[in-house]
Write a protein that binds this ligand. Structure first.
Ligand SMILES: *[C@@H]1O[C@H](CO)[C@@H](O)[C@H](O)[C@H]1NC(C)=O
Ligand SMILES: CC(=O)N[C@H]1CO[C@H](CO)[C@@H](O)[C@@H]1O
Length: 805
């Protein structure tokens, strides 16, 4: 794929054709129906199989609507499409339908029942009964991630979960009807089906939702070869994207660099061309060097997940998950940037590193990629290059395995992890909780700081989660980046987790549910402000500690240095609006736009503002591809996912680039703004892009550099992207992005992938009449405008217009 094609691809995002349809029935004539929204349950593959929905093959599955209230037996002799209220949608009902009537079940329509409830129960009571589709042991036992857990993987954190999102619902297409009005119509139509059929017609629904065959795995679909010509033609893409991480204070001295021989080699191709032991030509025959400075300070990783999921991947509001996690961490970074300048931060004993990790719901994708790279990644010197080949001062990148920058290697030693999770809801008014097993000096230090700290609104209690088999055994940690680090290192590191829940996730809103939203006023800004204050202070206390683990002194220093964040803080409210209500809000747009502009001026790639979270925001991780954060390298006129040839740098335009999503671009630019004010005292040099920010004297150290914030001020560069991709796979070498190689010697990560879909998937509704041949289409529109690609769906998870299998 050449780069122009790639650029076109970016431009085409969001363009989708809609079927022109004729409506024959009044209820379907309103424009609401023509543009009726739906969200599909999507099939996914993993290391050992598949989960999620889909029809059995390209044949359409259809049947008359049948309203199922969970009480009587479903039809056992004729095909039907079950209509379920969303508060009845659960693993047990779906299993009942599949079990009792087997192959007669042709599909399921789940109705939006937020307001309308025909059973007469009060809505909120119904919603209280809604189960979480997430597993009862999230990322633990019984899930494809169980082998990358650590310690107690059988603790029921999600007590309200039935694990429906792990089921293989092959043969059962399921869609959610987003809007209330069409839901009401379908409800009534399905409840009066008997009467309708006596009158000689039925409302039918058909599903065209083929999402690949059963019985194959991610490995098979990633390595798929067409049988007729043996050509590699993958049928799926991995889940993933990019994480964002940032230093507080000046970056450490550069740890990885090319030695002087690089300079001389660069000028003279012929002389530099050499052969290594494998007969491979070495053009950039530099010596890679990893320096470990004696004075290198350990890094405290302050981390959280920025994603969520649900049964319907374009409807994953993650309000008390990715959204509030992100907000809490951003405000913690804001507090540190406001309270300490670089000089003060640089004088501390340890370094603070923030990590906003993508794809955590699918096997700690972001935190494992990042932490594993910090600890274990090394780049072969042949492939260590300047990310912009003509600019010898540009950041180093690794072409194979592909890493768009090597800055993460400067982090050096890790002290441990301070994680935050689901603090938008307090299990008990005025209380936040800390999880720590009492082992590990660093982890217990963090826990002690938290327990001895507090805000005007909250105190911190130790979680009462106990190992539930009474024979001793491991302390249960909720799934966060701390678990990822412990898993990678075999428990060599410790840490603590701050949460809003005690021993079990809140029941409402349900975890990993399409109903994990905050419009009921459940989310407490007070709690988020308290958590942000506590995270900032605890991180600072840990950075201050000189190894004596004297938590009282450190905690006192931190609370004297960082003032408490007010729940009325305007920046927090603005960010809340972006993260919870409008994912392409002005603030995100502005910062993401600036970030893209900086990249354009740096690399010359046509990087734009990436796909937004949408409105309402959707936190499903989506696929890893060049439109959504997969880095790529341009070599001459070719674009590759990874490259081990010898021609990089021959053309001036050769460079490594990436097009992240809008959230990540906004996060990076906002973090640079919050943490990169250095010594400006509010009057930095003004700029319109990064190229205006060379030789900024207020970015203190040699390893520092500056970039342009959306406020139009040069700020010191503090934030970076990091590839969030399952650690068992990597971009294949010397091929287009979109091809992946498998590493079989890994620790059994789940390798979640999403199959390509046909462009014709959708759902139709029509009236089946005895008169005419075939069907008279009532409103293809109804569920149909879906036509595969609703805008958000395409943007977020990148439906591919391609034939499947
Ligand atoms: C259900 O419908 C209501 C009213 O139209 C809407 O506010 C709500 O967002 C819908 N629920 C979901 C999960 O989309
Ligand atoms: C695969 C691998 O090399 N893993 C290592 C990464 O680094 C940690 C911490 O040093 C080791 O414990 C792992 O074995």
């Amino acid at each position: 794929m050449n780069f122009h094609l790639l650029a076109l691809l970016f431009a085409a995002v969001g363009v989708s054709g809609l079927d022109k349809t004729t409506s024959m029935d009044k209820p379907f004539q309103s424009s609401t129906f023509k543009h009726l929204k739906h969200s599909a349950c999507v099939g996914l593959y993993h290391r050992n199989g598949r989960s999620g929905c889909g029809t059995t093959d390209r044949e359409i599955q259809s049947g008359p609507l049948y309203y199922y209230n969970g009480a009587e037996n479903p039809p056992a002799e004729t095909n039907y499409v079950a209509v379920l209220e969303e508060y009845k949608f659960s693993a047990s009902i779906v299993s009942t339908l599949m079990g009792l009537s087997g192959s007669y079940l042709q599909g399921i329509l789940v109705l939006n029942g937020t307001v309308t409830d025909t059973s007469g129960d009060s809505t909120s009571a119904n919603m209280n009964g809604v189960v979480s589709p997430g597993p009862v042991y999230p990322l633990g036992s019984g899930t494809p991630s169980e082998n990358i857990g650590y310690g107690n993987t059988e603790y029921p954190w999600n007590g309200n979960g039935d694990g429906l999102n792990q089921y293989d619902l092959y043969g059962v297409p399921i869609v959610y009807v987003n809007d209330e009005e069409p839901s009401q119509f379908i409800r009534q139509a399905s409840q009066s089906q008997e009467q309708e059929s006596e009158m000689g017609s039925k409302i039918m629904s058909n599903f065209n939702y083929y999402m690949g065959p059963d019985g194959i795995t991610s490995k098979e679909c990633l390595t798929w070869k067409d049988s007729h010509n043996d050509k590699w033609n993958p049928k799926c893409l991995p889940l993933g994207g990019s994480s964002v991480w940032a230093f507080a204070g000046s970056p450490p001295p550069q740890q990885v660099f090319k030695s002087a021989s690089y300079e001389s080699a660069q000028g003279d191709d012929a002389a530099a061309a050499d052969a290594d032991g494998n007969g491979r030509k070495l053009k950039n025959n530099a010596n890679i060097q990893y320096n470990v400075y004696e004075s290198q300070k350990p890094a405290i990783i302050v981390g959280t997940s920025i994603d969520s999921t649900s049964m319907f991947h374009d409807l994953a509001p993650g309000t008390n998950e990715g959204a509030t996690n992100t907000l809490t961490m951003l405000m913690a970074a804001y507090l540190i940037g406001q309270s300490l300048n670089d000089e003060a931060l640089d004088a501390l004993s340890n370094r603070i590193v923030f990590g906003f990790f993508e794809g955590e719901a699918y096997g700690y994708i972001g935190s494992r990629s990042f932490l594993n790279d910090v600890l274990n990644f090394s780049c072969d010197s042949d492939y260590l290059v300047n990310s912009v080949s003509k600019d010898a001062n540009s950041e180093l990148a690794c072409l194979y395995p592909m890493r768009p920058n090597m800055k993460f290697k400067d982090i050096g030693e890790i002290a441990g992890v301070l994680a935050v999770d689901q603090v938008g809801i307090n299990m008990e008014e005025g209380l936040l909780y800390v999880h720590n097993d009492g082992g590990g000096d660093f982890g217990s230090f963090l826990a002690n700081v938290l327990k001895s700290s507090g805000t005007s609104y909250h105190t911190v209690a130790a979680s009462e989660a106990q190992n539930n088999n009474n024979n001793g055994g491991d302390y249960p940690y909720p799934p966060t980046a701390l678990t990822a680090l412990q898993s990678i290192s075999g428990g060599a590191y410790s840490g603590a987790v701050l949460t809003g829940y005690d021993y079990v996730f809140p029941k409402r809103p349900p975890y990993q549910s399409h109903l994990n939203w905050g419009n009921g006023g459940e989310i407490s800004l007070k709690s988020i402000a308290s958590a942000a204050t506590l995270m900032a202070r605890t991180a600072l206390a840990a950075a201050y500690d000189d190894g004596s683990f004297d938590y009282e002194t450190s905690a006192a220093y931190a609370s004297n240095t960082i003032a408490e964040l007010s729940p009325d803080n305007e920046i927090m409210k603005q960010l809340y609006g972006c993260l919870v209500h409008n994912g392409h809000c002005r603030m995100f747009n502005k910062h993401a736009n600036q970030d893209a502009k900086n990249e354009r001026s740096r690399t010359n790639f046509e990087i734009g503002t990436g796909a937004s979270l949408g409105t309402p925001p959707n936190y499903y991780v989506g696929i890893y591809s060049p439109e959504y954060g997969q880095p790529f390298v341009r070599v001459g006129s070719q674009v590759y996912g990874a490259y081990n040839g010898v021609n990089y740098g021959e053309k001036e335009s050769d460079a490594v680039g990436m097009q992240p999503r809008m959230l990540q671009q906004a996060l990076r630019n906002i973090l640079n703004d919050f943490l990169g004010r250095g010594q400006t005292d509010g009057n930095g040099r003004s700029c319109s892009s990064e190229s205006d920010c060379t030789s900024i004297d207020y970015c203190l150290t040699d390893s520092d550099s500056a970039t342009c914030s959306a406020k139009g001020v040069c700020v010191c560069k503090r934030a970076y992207f990091h590839t969030a991709l399952d650690t068992s796979i990597s971009a294949a070498v010397n091929t287009d992005p979109g091809f992946f190689s498998l590493d079989y010697d890994d620790e059994q990560s789940p390798i979640w992938t999403e199959p390509f879909w046909s462009s014709t998937v959708g759902v139709k509704m029509y009236r089946d009449t005895p008169s005419g041949p075939g069907y008279i289409v009532l409103g293809v529109g109804v569920l149909a405008v879906l036509m595969a690609l609703s805008f958000t769906r395409k943007v977020k998870s990148g439906l591919q217009k391609e034939k499947v299998y």
